[in-house]
Structure formats: C-alpha cells, structure tokens
Design a protein around this ligand. Structure first.
Ligand code: GLN
Length: 478
C-alpha cells in the first residue's frame, strides 16, 4: 500500500470510512513525513502538531461512536500563512507580522473546521503574496520537492511543496496573479484560482483586494473539486461574494468532451516559452483532440499590456492595504517615542525589499498628477483585457495556455532581476483583473521531466467546466 501521506483526499476518506485506517495514523504519517522533509524543504512557517493530533484523536472517537461527521472528517490540510487562524501565528511571510497572533478564524478555516478537516500547519509564502518563487519570505526560501535545487513557485510555494511531498493531504492557497497556479505548475499538482467572489476572502490578509482569491491545491482534480464544494459560496462577512449556487463539483466531473471547443491562445505559445513547456502543451492538445475536442486558434491581442496593467493596479491596492502595517495597528513595534519616527522605523524594520519596492511603486502610481497617467490608464486596459477574454468565450468553451512560460527556475536564478521575475507571470496575471476562474493541472506525467502546468480558463462561475476538462485529461493520461 501507498504511504498514507501519499493518499489523495478521496482515497483517505474511503479508508477512514471503512475503518481501515484512523485519522490519528494519517495525521501521524504526515507529521513524520514533515519531520523528514522540512529541514530541506522548509514548506511550513508553523506546524500545528499537538492540536492536529488531538483533533485527529477526537474525530476517531466520534467515528467509533457512530456520530455524524463532516465531509472531510480526519483529513489533514495545510493553509497558506495569509489566513487568520484563531490563537495561532499568521505571518504572511513577512517579518512585519512575526509576532502576530490571529484573534479570529478566516471564513475558509471555519468552513473546513465545520467539515472536520484537521489543520496540520501554516505554509511559507512570499510576503503578502509578493512573488513567484517563495524566495522573498522572511522565514527562508522553500525548495521544490521535485528537484530541491529549484524553486517551488510562488507565492503559495509552501503549499505547493507541502502537497507535493505529503505534508498534509491538501492545501489552501491564495491567488492574486498566479500564486496558486504557479506553484501548482512547478510542483506538479492541481491548483484552482476560482472566480472572484466565489470563495470568501474574510480573514485573508489582503494583497490586492480586487484580485485576491482563495483556492484549493490538491494532488488531483477530484480532490480539488471536492474541496471547492466545501469552501465556495456566499459569506455575509464578505460583500463581494456571490449568491450563485455552488454545485457538488466532484459529482459532475465525468462528461463527454466530444465536440467541445478549446481555444488555444496564439500569443501564449510564441517566443519566450520554453521548448519543454511548448512540447508538453502541444502533446496535451493532441490528447484533447483524441477525446474529440475541436481546437480553435484564438488571439488575445492586448495580452502584451496585461503585466503592466496588473502591476500598476495590484501595487496601488497593495500600497493602500499595507498602510495599516504601521507598528501601531498591525506589525512590529518600534520603541521610538515620536509617532512619525515610530511609523517609519516600524515599516523600515518590518518590510523586506520586495515589500518596499511594491509599496513605493503603488504609492507613486496613485499620487496626484500620476493617477490619471498610470492608475486610471491601467483600469482602462483592464476593461479591454476583459472584453478580449469574454469575446473569446463566445467562440469556445474554455481557453488552454501554459500556466508558466518556463519550468521551475533554479534557486537564485532570478533574484537579482525583479523585472524578469515579474515577466514570468505573463499568462497568469491576465486572469485576475478579469476575474474569471483558471485551473492549473499537470500537462505531463509524473517523472516525465520537470513538471509543466497547463492552464485552463473558463467564463465567470463556470469552475465545473474547468474540472470536467481536467478530469477528462487526467483519465486519458493514465
Ligand atoms: N507573482 C505575482 C505577484 O507577485 C502573483 C502573486 C499572487 O498571486 N499573490 O504579484
């Protein structure tokens, strides 16, 4: 039998239900695996060992008494360290929040608690979600378990690494411009950026409020769909959440893809895309052809402006969201007595260079005299990008692109060149300003070279379509 930490959620639930394993055994297997891997990988900022063991025991007792249990009873999961978890540290990957203890739970945590999932730890990330490699974290870099000389992607790199090596059975990431999809691609797992407003952001530390999304990172599509059915839905505490019905996504995966139309974006397979990535994506397209899908070439001509617009708006929002990190409301406190010095000192100490770079750019873009030139211009580009993508959906069911133009870079490869790092996000950042859902799934088989992610994009609130294509592909690849 597989090591327990290697099980999928579906497999683990079946074994737990049949009493072939206990939750205590499952949680212990993951904790042992973490003990073995963490000295090298550093996927976690906090391990919730005692609590997790206690919860697992409690669920086992309730199960043996025949009590009704939640949908995810006894399954250990990890959580990107940007979500508030009552009584536990929440650092957001930044030194600014090194002593912060959450006073309440994020909605996503409450929803998973209600279904008896077991929180096993909080995962490392680039500070406030700022990055694509998890090299900017104040708590050390995270390494990719597939190849430890390489980055796991980011900013939810700790979550990607944890799922890939078995530090918990699934994870919850956060995606503002690719932070779930990029690590999913580099670590060879499945990651969903849901439609904006599909999952509550209440209790998530904000990066860019009009882009931020909360989504599952899992070993396969079924698990992802199952977790989404738990965390999606309206939340009175987040006014941007939608009332649209939440299907049991995992029950509607199996559909015939024959005759369905897939749009291949011409601009996303051009220069600058690694040969390895291109050939994996082209073979994936062949698989879909064999499944009877029709392939249509699409052009998204405004893509070249997406990165600039994404960063101008995203960093404007970030600079204003981070204003509360002043050492008085939130963040490390300085011992200076003059209030101005106190704030300057706290922000100087707490923020690392990536946070400072982004706050300065955002503040500049919003300053009077420049707001029209940059911020408002970027909002106009955002509308054009949206029109571009929505027009494409009048012709096709989904769009298919590489998730990242490259395979996981080596550690340190891009750290001296922040612009190069930002450019790496070309295919993921277009999605968040538009708000549509996008899923990254492995395009190649495990062990077939470094993982390559394929990004599927669907219209607003059509997550089920993404899952159906992904599930069909996964089955065909087996
Ligand atoms: N890498 C992108 C950025 O740095 C996306 C980050 C995210 O999704 N949180 O902005």
């Amino acid at each position: 039998m597989k090591e327990l930490y290697n099980l999928t959620v579906k497999e683990a639930l079946a074994l737990l239900k049949n009493k072939e394993i206990t939750s205590l055994e499952l949680v212990t297997s993951c904790l042992n695996r973490m003990e073995e891997m963490e000295p090298t990988i550093n996927a976690f900022t906090f391990i919730n060992k005692d609590d997790a063991l206690k919860q697992a025991e409690n669920i086992d007792n309730r199960r043996s008494k025949g009590e009704k249990l939640g949908k995810l009873a006894g399954i250990p999961y990890s959580l990107k360290d940007v979500y508030n978890t009552k009584g536990l540290p929440t650092t957001s990957g930044s030194a600014m929040l090194k002593d912060y203890i959450s006073p309440y739970n994020a909605t996503v945590v409450e929803l998973l608690n209600n279904e008896d999932a077991v929180l096993i730890g909080k995962t490392n990330c680039d500070p406030f979600g700022f990055g694509s490699s998890t090299e900017n974290s104040a708590y050390g870099i995270t390494r990719n378990p597939v190849d430890t000389d390489r980055v796991p992607g980011g900013s939810s790199g700790g979550s990607g690494a944890a799922v890939s090596y078995g530090g918990g059975i699934f994870s919850i990431g956060e995606d503002t411009g690719g932070s779930i999809r990029c690590p999913a691609a580099f670590c060879g797992i499945v990651g969903l950026k849901p439609t904006y407003g599909r999952v509550s952001r209440y209790g998530a530390i904000a990066y860019a409020s009009s882009y931020d999304t909360v989504g599952p990172m899992t070993k396969d599509t079924y698990d992802n769909a199952l977790i989404m059915s738990v965390i999606a839905g309206n939340d009175p505490k987040d006014a941007t959440t939608s009332n649209t019905d939440v299907p049991e996504y995992q029950e509607i995966l199996d559909t015939d893809l024959k005759g369905k139309k897939i749009g291949i974006v011409r601009e996303y397979l051009g220069d600058g895309v690694d040969q390895e990535v291109k050939s994996a994506i082209l073979s994936a397209i062949d698989v879909f052809k064999r499944l009877g899908c029709e392939i249509v070439e699409i052009s998204l001509p405004y893509t070249e402006y997406a990165i600039a617009a994404y960063y101008v708006i995203g960093l404007s929002e970030a600079s204003s969201n981070l204003a509360r990190m002043d050492g008085m409301r939130f963040g490390v406190e300085s011992d200076k007595s003059n209030w101005k010095e106190k704030i300057t000192d706290a922000r100087g100490m707490g923020f690392g260079s990536e946070e400072k770079r982004r706050i300065m750019i955002g503040t500049y873009a919003l300053s009077s005299g420049y707001a029209d030139k940059y911020y408002h211009k970027a909002q106009q580009v955002r509308q054009i990008l949206k029109n571009d993508i929505l027009r494409a959906f009048t012709e096709v069911d989904i769009l298919l692109t590489p998730t990242m133009p490259v395979v996981a870079p080596r550690i340190g490869e891009n750290t001296d060149d922040p612009l190069k790092m930002w450019l790496m996000d070309a295919f993921t950042v277009t999605i968040n300003p538009v708000g549509v859902p996008a899923l990254s799934i492995p395009a190649n088989k495990k062990g077939d070279g470094l993982p390559v992610g394929m990004q599927l994009i669907a219209p607003h609130f059509k997550e089920e379509i993404l899952y159906q294509f992904a599930y069909g592909y996964e089955k065909a690849l087996k």
